[in-house]
Design a protein around this ligand. Structure first.
Ligand SMILES: Cc1cc2nc3c(=O)[nH]c(=O)nc-3n(C[C@H](O)[C@H](O)[C@H](O)COP(=O)(O)OP(=O)(O)OC[C@H]3O[C@@H](n4cnc5c(N)ncnc54)[C@H](O)[C@@H]3O)c2cc1C
Length: 302
């Protein structure tokens, strides 16, 4: 049974300090250090009361209340420092999250990491025809074999050119300029739990690229789940596995639940949704499916 108000479980994070969680072919994430846990969140939220605990069930309920109502500052009382190994293209997306402190391996100072993210023949993703930023399905295995072979040749060539430049005495800061984006980098990444959850919400989402999604899921399910188990469960319940409804969506759902299908279609038309590639309509369709409701304009729209 789904227990809403589990008592505060003990944080298990001490058992995984330094443990490498593998991501992609050669990447990893591991915890270097942390501060605080579920108890620290609750303690901060109760600073005005002078009492830190009101019993396990009420403590868990408080964390869930904070999450539900986006009272975010108590979650900033917890911090975590991760050591990550990530391909450069994925890292480029990662560092857009500005609310973290970073120290990255310098390829001006040291030789670039030898690792490069390779793509298996059955892992070449097809461009999504509708979502310009997304992929959809896989290429056939014969094409995949060819692409993987070409990738291998290209990576070997890039590495040889780089090594040649280094041996010729070219400065490391210049020799690196043609290394591929698949080259792995390493960094220490420190952030607080509030900003980490924001990162996870965006990067665990199906619209995020598969590679960074793999890192985000590993951080979430392997690390945050053990570090702050009550917060993690509340995060899944209220942020990841929940839906929010806009005013247009509420009016359409209200019409549908009263059996007024034509009114729902008219509303969608008034909102300008019944045009060919309307992302707001597509998002609303996913929510209707989730609620077990019919998509009223289906046949109409086609
Ligand atoms: C699926 C997806 C697709 C994306 N596509 C693109 C793209 O095509 N091009 C592109 O450039 N980026 C893209 N991004 C990056 C995106 O725009 C954000 O830069 C990134 O997700 C970081 O989010 P953030 O700014 O909320 O996080 P953080 O930088 O961690 O900031 C957290 C919060 O702090 C506040 N904050 C931080 N800095 C400032 C500031 N300077 N001013 C005001 N408030 C601030 C904001 O409230 C912000 O939400 C994409 C992201 C995702 C998830």
């Amino acid at each position: 049974m789904h227990q809403l108000y589990d008592p505060l479980p003990i944080s298990e994070i001490d058992n995984i300090i330094g443990v490498q969680f593998r991501v992609l072919d050669q990447g990893f994430v591991r915890v270097i250090d942390y501060m605080g846990d579920d108890a620290a969140i609750m303690q901060a939220a109760r600073v005005s009361y002078g009492r830190t605990t009101k019993g396990e069930i009420r403590d868990a309920r408080l964390i869930r209340y904070l999450m539900r109502n986006r009272h975010t500052s108590p979650f900033e009382m917890c911090e975590i420092k991760l050591h990550v190994r990530v391909p450069m293209d994925c890292w480029r997306q990662w560092v857009r999250h500005r609310t973290a402190s970073i120290n990255e391996h310098s390829t001006r100072y040291a030789i670039a990491n030898e690792g490069t993210a390779r793509t298996a023949p059955d892992a070449w993703r097809r461009q999504n025809p509708v979502r310009k930023q997304g992929s959809d399905g896989l290429l056939d295995s014969e094409t995949g074999m060819q692409l993987t072979l070409e990738e291998e040749q290209l990576l070997i060539h890039c590495r040889e050119v780089y090594a040649k430049r280094i041996s010729a005495g070219v400065a490391r800061e210049q020799a690196r300029k043609d290394l591929p984006l698949s080259t792995y980098t390493e960094a220490f990444w420190k952030t607080d739990l509030h900003n980490l959850l924001h990162f996870l919400e965006l990067r665990m989402h199906p619209s995020a690229q598969l590679e960074i999604r793999s890192y985000a899921r590993t951080i979430g399910y392997e690390i945050v789940r053990r570090w702050c188990p009550v917060t993690w469960k509340a995060f899944l319940d209220y942020r990841i596995d929940s839906i929010t409804l806009s005013r247009p969506e509420i009016s359409i759902i209200a019409a549908l639940t009263k059996g007024r299908k034509l009114e729902a279609i008219r509303l969608a038309s008034d909102f300008g949704w019944l045009t060919e590639a309307n992302s707001e309509r597509l998002e609303a369709e996913r929510k209707l499916e989730c609620l077990g409701l019919e998509i009223p304009w289906g046949a109409y729209y086609e």
